[in-house]
Design a protein around this ligand. Structure first.
Ligand code: DON
Length: 304
């Protein structure tokens, strides 16, 4: 497959969307990012890299980080993890509170905010040094020691993080948070603040596509069955109330973030990352989603 050629065609076709959508501004620090950016990077399991656009500029990966949090939590807890968080698509906004009350404090899945706040709590209880241990894992999987937290973004999110605070309070009320609410939120926001470029994110997603190598990064080890299942959760829950549309148009397990990033995998073949800050009304990157739709359309490659 000539991915170089495909990426060139995609870049041309999505250009008219460059000004469509709005970047997230409920996190004040994200409103400062230049929204007129687009990058895409494919990393194949054979080690080839194909890229186009703004692939070196780092952005806040936000909810994409939840894939790394789930990997770590699953490696530490195994199947017991699912006693505290479900694996059903929510069909609701990523920060919705409604179902959490109906489900008595058990979040629908690990990729909505409520689920990821539970993951943060699980990691805090299990890790000796949560902040340092989490970052060490993310650096290992990205293959890059310069990846880090953006503490300004995390602090800016905390300042206006009213809904996440409400979610954490409800989780605590139902007995699904072991640690101090404020400390869990702090760690959750820090995880969301991880900064990467498209090239780094693509590399960090490769282990979810690679079926030949063991998933072993520091102390985080997953069986191939666990990796397959993380992909399943990405497919059904990675785009919140856009998950059906994303599955319909793209057909690759993936995870979005309000920083405008998307990480996705074609199992057995490649991982791909896109970045473009303008979002649709569900909080997913407009250019990123279109680029992935065209990628699977032009190549006739998808999991379906
Ligand atoms: O908690 C939040 O609202 C953000 N830190 C992350 C949300 C997010 O990225 C949703 N993605 N589309």
């Amino acid at each position: 497959m000539n991915y170089e050629e495909v990426l060139r065609a995609i870049a041309g076709e999505i250009e008219p969307l460059r000004n469509v959508g709005r970047q997230a501004d409920y996190i004040p620090a994200l409103a400062k990012v230049n929204p007129d950016r687009f990058g895409i990077c494919i990393t194949t399991v054979d080690g080839e890299i194909f890229e186009r656009g703004d692939v070196d500029e780092r952005f806040s990966i936000q909810s994409v980080t939840k894939v790394f949090s789930l990997s770590m939590a699953l490696s530490l807890m195994g199947e017991k993890l699912w006693e505290r968080v479900g694996k059903e698509p929510s069909g609701a906004a990523f920060n919705s509170l409604i179902q959490l009350e109906l489900d008595r404090g058990i979040p629908r899945n690990p990729f909505i905010n409520a689920g990821a706040i539970v993951l943060a709590d699980v990691l805090m209880s299990a890790l000796a040094e949560p902040e340092a241990d989490y970052l060490a894992f993310v650096r290992e999987i990205a293959g890059d020691d310069t990846v880090g937290y953006d503490r300004d973004v995390a602090a800016s999110e905390r300042e206006k993080g009213y809904i996440n605070a409400a979610i954490a309070n409800m989780l605590k009320y139902y007995g699904n948070l072991e640690n101090d609410i404020e400390e869990v939120l702090r760690f959750y926001f820090l995880q969301c603040s991880v900064e990467m470029s498209c090239r780094q994110l693509s590399r960090a997603f490769l282990p979810f596509a690679d079926r030949k190598s063991d998933f072993a990064f520091g102390n985080v080890r997953l069986t191939s069955s666990q990796v397959k299942r993380i992909n399943a959760v990405m497919q059904t829950c990675g785009f919140y109330n856009d998950a059906g549309e994303y599955s319909y148009l793209v057909g690759l397990p993936g995870k979005s973030g309000v920083g405008g990033g998307i990480g996705a995998v074609y199992p057995g073949r490649y991982s791909v990352a896109t970045w473009s800050p303008r979002l649709n009304e569900k909080g997913n990157s407009v250019m990123g989603m279109k680029a992935l739709e065209l990628l699977t359309t032009y190549t006739s490659e998808s999991i379906f």
